[in-house]
Design a protein around this ligand. Structure first.
Ligand SMILES: NC(=O)c1ccc[n+]([C@@H]2O[C@H](COP(=O)([O-])OP(=O)(O)OC[C@H]3O[C@@H](n4cnc5c(N)ncnc54)[C@H](OP(=O)(O)O)[C@@H]3O)[C@@H](O)[C@H]2O)c1
Length: 345
């Protein structure tokens, strides 16, 4: 069994890692940390995790974690993760970081959107952890920067069309909706029940921190600069993310051709489900799974391609994608421990 540590285990993504790693046949969580709940038993604090009868939450003592692990997941806020990650990399551990701290290759861009970077020397080492595109690099990685949830949907939706050069690069609109768990487990006024229930709103319009990450990866795929209009929304569901992308076609193609481009691009990618043109993705079809459902339709009269993507923000958007990355880094089968079905409805 590979010994795994989770730093920030009592947040939403940390808890999802704990839940999903219970299904993994070759990984064992040997240590899980929390400042607020250190000393408390996981199975008592979170009765749905009763598989962890012997696991007690530890304080964040990095030396202790290093002694007990081979692989570390850091599920911490950005800016906090960077120094913790740096410590474990120096100790020779494999690290999968769920924060944004190692996703942006240009430290200047990171500092514009997030603040000072204290481990810039590690940026060249970090591999962007989107397995459907970078699986070979991830297999050889010691540090994986697990993608953000919005970027996961936007990049997976657009990659087949950017690689074939069928869309305009300066006219892409990404309209995305997230469940409330995307904001983390800490109590905040904006995610208070009365503020989100029966409500829908856009936020950080054209100014969300995931914009540079999306543009970095789309530019890489297109081989030319890509700029996007990205508008995130908060919707009253606990988990789930639905993204609709609108792009102008350079040449006319049918919905059937667009669908074929997508199915060809994602051939043999076990966690991508490209739906037939008459169907649309739904968040309830992917909840609690590592699946990204994709749908595509061409609006002939306006030469616009409409691409839809649904994921679970805590799963493919964070923790199960992180386990998929761990599987690749450890040369386990990519699907190991991740073949779960959604709870429906
Ligand atoms: N939520 C999502 O859908 C999602 C999706 C993709 C990526 N992410 C990213 O994943 C990371 C974790 O997100 P989350 O939603 O799980 O956050 P969260 O629910 O707020 O949990 C954060 C965790 O980190 C610990 N923590 C907070 N501040 C800390 C500090 N200064 N030092 C040490 N530990 C600290 C917290 O526990 P204690 O306070 O008890 O220590 C908690 O366990 C973030 O970087 C987030 O951007 C989240």
């Amino acid at each position: 069994m590979t010994k795994v540590g989770i730093i920030g285990a009592t947040g939403y993504t940390g808890l999802e890692l704990l839940r999903c790693l219970l299904y993994h046949p070759k990984a064992e969580v040997t240590i899980a940390t929390s400042r607020q709940f250190a000393g408390q038993k996981v199975a008592v604090l979170f009765p749905f995790l009763k598989g962890y009868q012997d696991l007690t939450l530890s304080p964040l003592d990095l030396e202790t974690v290093a002694k007990q692990t081979e692989v570390v997941f850091t599920a911490l806020p950005h800016q906090v993760a960077m120094e913790v990650v740096s410590f474990f990399i120096k100790k020779g551990k494999k690290v999968i970081d769920l924060s944004a701290d190692f996703r942006l290759k240009d430290p200047g861009v990171y500092e514009t959107w997030y603040g000072p970077h204290k481990a810039k020397e590690l940026l060249p080492l970090a591999i962007y952890g989107l397995p459907e595109i970078y699986s070979e690099k991830i297999r050889g990685a010691t540090l994986v920067a697990n993608p953000g949830c919005y970027p996961t949907t936007a990049i997976l939706a657009l990659a087949p069309f950017l690689s074939k050069g069928v869309i305009e690069l300066n006219n892409i609109i990404i309209d995305a909706k997230s469940g409330v768990s995307g904001a983390g487990r800490g109590a905040k006024l904006a995610t208070h029940f009365c503020e989100v229930n029966e409500n829908m709103e856009a936020y950080k319009v054209c100014n969300h921190r995931h914009t540079p990450e999306i543009e970095q990866e789309l530019t890489q795929l297109a081989g030319k600069v890509v700029k996007v209009t990205f508008v995130p929304h908060l919707i009253p569901i606990s988990r789930g993310m639905f993204t609709t992308v609108y792009a102008r076609l350079i040449k006319t193609i049918t919905s059937e051709t667009a669908h074929r481009l997508m199915t060809d691009y994602y051939k043999n990618k076990p966690f991508i489900e490209v739906l037939p043109p008459e169907n649309v993705p739904k968040t309830i079809y992917v909840r609690g799974t590592n699946i990204c459902q994709l749908g595509v339709k061409v609006d002939k009269k306006s030469s616009t391609i409409v691409i839809m993507a649904a994921i679970d923000n805590l799963a493919k958007g964070a923790s199960t994608q992180a386990i998929q990355n761990m599987n690749l880094m450890l040369h386990f089968p990519e699907e190991m421990g991740l073949k779960t079905l959604p709870v429906f409805p």
